[in-house]
Design a protein. Structure first.
Length: 322
């Protein structure tokens, strides 16, 4: 039975990966300090092949027994989170990556790094291929996340080249689905939350900036294929369906059946104007492309949020806008 360690295993993406690897017959060890993750995301998992460890992966990391795969997904990922936790974000990108690569080297395990489309910054090339080096402000507010991931990629490639660790790098574009936090601050939970409450949807700038959105099941499939490939260079995993933020807000209002109006606020510093991956390499190397239509994925996500909001009294939920 293969044995896989997943850091950030109680988070949005990590918990979905835990489910997938268990379904594929792996023993899974999930590690999370619960800074942004939640035990609620994995409470439903009842398997003798699953173990959870509460730990900060920037500290000494020790796992008894053999390990076949290490997936490093621990990190604040939403702007709200990494802007209020800049030091933790930098540390998990640097020290956390170092510790998890060290574990993979010690165990002779395959390593997969969760990187991000944020390594491209506010891109001057559209769509963004893996060969694009990016346009990043290293000292801007978003730099704590952008540069943490860029450093993590550099360290991962160094361990591959100089220590022979069998590494993979996935550059994840905007992903959505069940188990995102209501207070996540990213566009999908924020818009859905506002629409379900009948509140105005907050659009930054004039709403012309674009994003592409991938349903979580499609992302997990791409990660699974990448791990089981022979590709060491970064690979984009994301959707080709590009929406302006204004178009996306209107779609959310339509799918929720709401009547919310749209209001506008100033654009955040260094907010990317465009964001869409070139997935040529994913198609060629992995035979992967997204399968879930945006309307179907959003309906599943909206239903998840409806249930969450019914469980959480309105006055106890911390509100974020983003």
């Amino acid at each position: 039975m293969p044995r896989t360690v997943i850091t950030g295993g109680a988070g949005f993406l990590g918990s979905h990966l835990v489910e997938r690897f268990l379904a594929e017959g792996h023993e899974v060890v999930a590690i999370d300090n619960l800074l942004t993750g939640s035990l609620e995301n994995i409470d439903h998992i009842h398997s003798d092949q699953f173990r959870f460890i509460k730990q900060d992966v920037t500290e000494y990391l020790y796992i008894t027994g053999p390990v076949d795969n290490v997936l490093h997904f621990a990190s604040p990922a939403s702007p709200n989170d990494y802007l209020r936790m800049p030091i933790q974000t930098l540390k998990v990108g640097a020290l956390g990556t170092h510790k998890t690569l060290g574990l993979a080297r010690e165990k002779g395990a395959r390593f997969l790094l969760a990187s991000t489309s944020e390594v491209y910054g506010d891109p001057q090339v559209h769509p963004q291929p893996e060969s694009y080096w990016g346009h990043v402000n290293p000292i801007g507010p978003r730099g704590v996340y952008d540069e943490a991931k860029r450093f993590a990629e550099a360290m991962t490639m160094a361990y591959n080249r100089y220590h022979g660790v069998d590494t993979r790098i996935v550059r994840i574009f905007n992903t959505y689905g069940p188990r995102m936090r209501l207070d996540d601050g990213r566009v999908v939970p924020t818009f859905v939350d506002q629409a379900l409450l009948g509140e105005p949807l907050t659009v930054f700038g004039d709403g012309s900036q674009t994003r592409s959105f991938t349903y979580v099941d499609d992302l997990v499939e791409g990660i699974w294929r990448l791990l089981n490939s022979d590709e060491h260079e970064p690979i984009n995993i994301g959707s080709q369906d590009e929406f302006s933020i204004l178009q996306f807000a209107e779609l959310i209002i339509q799918l929720t059946g709401g009547t919310s109006r749209i209001i506008y606020q100033d654009l955040p510093v260094d907010d990317p104007k465009t964001r869409r991956p070139d997935i040529t390499r994913a198609r060629q190397k992995l035979g992967w492309e997204p399968r879930t239509p945006i309307e179907e994925g959003l309906r599943r996500t909206i239903e998840f949020f409806r249930q969450k909001m019914n469980q959480a009294p309105r006055q106890t939920r911390q509100r974020f806008e983003g």
